[in-house]
Design a protein around this ligand. Structure first.
Ligand code: TRH
Length: 376
């Protein structure tokens, strides 16, 4: 049995929404049970930042076998609304165009794909139906870390590609050179300098992280995408003789993953990079998307409860996400010794292995499509 898919994505803020939809679209499109994917995106400019093959000025284009439609609520699009696909994925409750919903019948499976969460309540909401006008039904689909959820996005060959990359010392050097790292630092990395990748929100206590790194004698290069932190950072800045920070342009998702695979410590934000940092199998710190009333700290705690990390590592993550400089100053330096960092990596790696034994999100989604086809 095979299905066609329409995925609708609104870029509310940042890159997580389109990041997840783009990974999902590519994984579905590569699957033998898929008869085609159309991805509707309202902001092609943001999309092009993480997928340079996308041309922001073209309203309809095919990239990597996926039809990409610039989703604008225009009269032209409304009058020429195509027939809906078999499976309609509304990403993150983005609200489908009314003209599209009008064309839907009971034949379509309508899924609202939610944000990844480790909170316990998602298990009871996963696959719940929500009756809609016109007799249509929409189902909630919650990605998650446990068997009772929608699972985690993971390409079938992801971990073997990661292992091949990590086994090749030249791979990361040529990536660093592509990102404009100078010869001096390329040589230092080749000789064993540490790499720390930092993708954070503006309020993160970056100075304290840099201070903790500088308190060790280990040579360290910090890599950061430009423009994510609140302060201005030059393209390369030396903090002392053995620690430097290098900022660079955004890269595509494949390069993004490779950066995480290349680093000894990954400091990431949002749900998609959280997951990619787990799959990288290296020491990591997660900063969830800041929300009102510190709801993000509850999300972090729920995830930490499932994680294998020690109390000391958990304290560091809470301090980083809560912008608690004092606690970060006190707790982080002792985790950056060679031995502690290696242990931190081992914990991530073994969790990654354990999570990779679970059925991935695309397989669970297709199983849901199959069971829905049987029951109608
Ligand atoms: O960009 P984010 O902060 O996205 C956020 C969160 O998802 C948040 O929950 C959501 O509510 C908000 O958006 C609207 O972080 P996230 O989720 O890690 O997504 C980043 C995506 O961008 C991810 O797919 C990786 C990709 N990326 C690249 O491909 N290249 C890059 O250079 C960088 C920095 C990111």
């Amino acid at each position: 049995m095979s299905w066609s898919f329409d995925i609708f994505c609104k870029v509310v803020d940042n890159y997580g929404d389109i990041g997840v939809c783009w990974r999902l679209a590519r994984q579905l499109s590569a699957h033998t049970d898929c008869a085609g994917v159309r991805l509707w995106v309202d902001d092609l400019q943001s999309f092009a930042r993480i997928a340079p093959g996308v041309n922001p000025s073209v309203p309809k284009q095919t990239v990597a076998g996926i039809v990409i439609v610039h989703w604008k609520e225009s009269a032209e699009l409304t009058s020429a609304m195509p027939e809906p696909a078999d499976v309609v994925i509304e990403a993150f409750a983005c609200t489908l165009p009314a003209a599209y919903v009008q064309k839907m019948t009971g034949r379509q499976l309508w899924i609202n794909l939610e944000y990844l969460s480790a909170e316990a309540w998602v298990e009871s909401c996963h696959t719940l139906p929500s009756p809609q006008a016109g007799g249509l039904r929409k189902y909630f689909f919650f990605p998650g870390f446990t068997p009772a959820t929608g699972g985690l996005l993971r390409e079938p060959d992801l971990l073997s590609r990661r292992d091949a990359w990590q086994a090749d010392p030249h791979a990361r050097l040529s990536l660093l050179s592509e990102l404009g790292v100078d010869t001096d630092w390329l040589q230092r990395v080749q000789a064993g300098a540490r790499l720390v990748y930092v993708y954070c929100y503006p309020q993160a206590p970056l100075p304290e992280l840099l201070q903790a790194l500088a308190s060790h004698n280990h040579e360290t290069l910090v890599l950061m995408p430009r423009g994510v932190w609140r302060g201005t950072l030059p393209s390369t800045q030396h903090l002392n003789t053995h620690v430097a920070i290098h900022t660079h342009d955004f890269v595509d998702q494949q390069r993004f993953d490779q950066l995480l695979w290349s680093s000894d410590l990954n400091v990431v934000r949002g749900e998609d990079s959280l997951l990619r940092a787990i799959w990288a199998g290296r020491a990591m710190i997660w900063q969830p998307y800041p929300q009102q009333d510190d709801a993000h700290l509850q999300k972090l705690d729920a995830w930490l409860r499932l994680s294998p990390y020690s109390a000391a590592i958990q304290t560091v993550m809470q301090a980083w996400s809560g912008a608690d400089s004092t606690t970060l100053n006190a707790a982080l330096p002792s985790l950056l010794t060679e031995q502690q960092l290696a242990q931190w990596s081992r914990l991530t790696r073994s969790w990654c292995v354990e999570l990779a034994t679970e059925v991935d999100l695309v397989s669970r989604l297709l199983q849901f499509c199959a069971s829905h086809s049987q029951t109608g």
